[in-house]
Design a protein around this ligand. Structure first.
Ligand code: NAD
Length: 483
């Protein structure tokens, strides 16, 4: 019988009052790794109360002392680097190298949070009027919560928690029930820090636990990352309940390739962007728009090299593409490929029905390429979230920009070119929050906000960077006269 996961509340591991559990399945071996509780409102309430109680003491802890916990957390995460990467592979199915990249990115967010004493510093002006001084006070705002997706089970929660708590808030994390084990391990490590009780809390569960979080009057703000339909629900529910909210949604990312681009480098980058994490990245390349003469070479090379990728179990160091998250995801992806073909796209590389010896039950989908895709097709418009690349053609740069801007998503977009004017125009005109120039995956580092526009983001302050300091603090303006 697989282990039943517990919640972490007020500095202790406590059993959930759930009656329902979701199996956490290794998508390559189909082994059940754990049972994740569908935590109840009562569980969420306990966590929020613990966080509220912890807040009073924690906000008075000097910020330099709060930052010290981040230095220690970094050391512990570095010491357990390989264990963390392994857990990610086991529950998510990505390759071990991708998991290492995820752990590295997660640690970078801890590094950033160690800078909070500087980042939340206040400012002021003396003699704003005769004998009157005016200044800002940046204060922690209360209890924050994270509702996070399966695809980066460690990195995404770490976009939020370290900065939130170092700013003096307390936290309740609700990770994806499909991949709760990465946070389970991170919380075991947080437990070693001996933070005051209630500073960090973990509640497992799905939709009901998320709803209980959003409707709880004790929570000040919610950071969400996941699909767009859910992001919209989260945004609406949180605002209705008077909470601040940042809701990062799904994506359909376009990459335009100009005929003047370095084709070898472009193909390598595009393949990494399309098939990395089996296409289950919100920054995954979903559509390549080949401009003019770029098409023939690009298409042939993409097909030739994509065929060569080794699909397999992520813990095998030679694997280049891991599994998708579940049988349901595999079915959805294969159905969307079939829909693409029905609507007129040509399947030039077909990753459906792939069998990996030794892992016959695994939920693998091989690299797939659809050619002759047009803007009206669902494979051009909707997020597939699998290793599927659509190829479209544009006569010129302007048409490529129009195609990209026609998307209802606006998470990321990249251009491959050797022409600075096109690069500038692209940055200027494309409506996407993360722009790559000769970069396939335009992933902002921890000190920059993670962009996102249109249906890819609901809210105003984004995750990471200076936006996160704004999001996790409350400002007061103090106007003083002492003479
Ligand atoms: P999801 O939307 O299904 O779930 C995300 C979280 O929301 C989970 O914790 C889940 O338990 C919870 N949830 C699900 N349905 C809910 C509901 N009706 N009400 C309240 N909570 C609910 O997303 P997923 O499948 O776990 O993750 C993949 C999606 O995340 C993709 O669309 C991907 O593009 C997106 N994503 C976006 C970013 C970004 O920064 N924009 C980053 C990573 C992933």
């Amino acid at each position: 019988m697989a282990k039943k996961l517990k919640n972490y509340i007020g500095g202790e591991w406590v059993a959930s009052s759930a009656t329902e559990y979701t199996p956490v399945v290794n998508p390559a071996t189909c082994e059940t790794l754990a049972e994740c509780p569908e935590s109840t409102r009562e569980d969420v309430d306990k966590a929020v109360r613990a966080a509220r109680e912890g807040f009073a003491e924690w906000r008075q802890t000097p910020v330099l002392n709060r930052a010290q916990y981040m230095y220690r957390l970094k050391t512990i995460l570095e010491d357990r680097f390989e264990d963390l990467a392994r857990v990610i592979v086991e529950e998510n199915g990505k390759t071990i190298d991708e998991a290492r990249g995820e752990v590295r990115r997660g640690i970078e967010s801890v590094d950033y949070a160690a800078g909070v004493p500087f980042l939340m510093r206040n400012d002021g002006t003396e003699d704003i009027s005769s004998g009157i001084d005016e200044s800002t006070l940046r204060q922690p705002a209360g209890v924050f919560a994270g509702i996070t997706p399966f695809n980066f089970p460690m990195m995404v929660p770490l976009w939020f928690l370290p900065t939130a708590i170092t700013c003096g808030n307390t936290y309740v994390m609700k990770p994806s029930p499909q991949t709760p084990l990465s946070m389970e391990l991170v919380y075991e490590l947080l437990d070693e820090l001996d933070l005051p009780e209630g500073v960090v809390n973990l509640v497992h569960g799905g939709k009901d636990a998320a709803m209980a979080v959003m409707e709880h009057p004790g929570i000040t703000g919610v950071s969400f990352v996941g699909s767009s339909p859910v992001a919209k629900i989260i945004y609406e529910t949180c605002t209705r309940n008077g909470k601040r909210v940042q809701a990062q949604g799904g994506a359909k990312n376009y990459i335009a390739v100009m005929p003047d681009a370095d084709m070898t480098a472009s193909v390598k980058n595009i393949m990494g962007a399309a098939y990395g994490c089996a296409g289950q990245r919100c920054l995954a390349a979903a559509v390549v728009v080949a401009v003019g003469d770029a098409y023939d070479n690009l298409r042939d090379e993409l097909v030739r090299q994509s065929k060569e990728l080794r699909v397999g179990y992520g813990l095998d160091e030679t694997t280049q593409v891991g599994t998708v998250i579940s049988g349901a995801a595999k079915e959805r992806i294969e159905r969307m490929i079939a829909d693409g073909e029905k609507s007129g796209a040509k399947i030039v590389l077909d990753g459906r029905n792939l069998q990996v010896p030794g892992y016959e039950q695994g939920t693998f989908v091989g690299p797939t390429i659809l050619d002759d895709v047009t803007v009206d097709m669902s494979v051009a418009r909707e997020e597939i979230f699998g290793p599927v690349l659509a190829i479209m053609r544009a006569d010129d740069f302007d048409e490529a920009v129009d195609i990209i801007n026609g998307s209802h998503y606006g998470n990321a977009s990249s251009l491959f070119t050797s022409n600075g004017r096109y690069a500038r125009e692209f940055k200027y005109r494309v409506n996407a929050g993360n722009i790559g120039i000769n970069i396939g995956v335009a992933a902002p580092s921890a000190s920059f906000p993670f962009g996102g526009q249109k249906d890819s983001f609901f809210g105003d302050l984004h995750g990471q960077g200076s936006d996160s300091i704004e999001f996790f603090t409350e400002r007061k303006i103090v106007i003083e006269r002492w003479i």
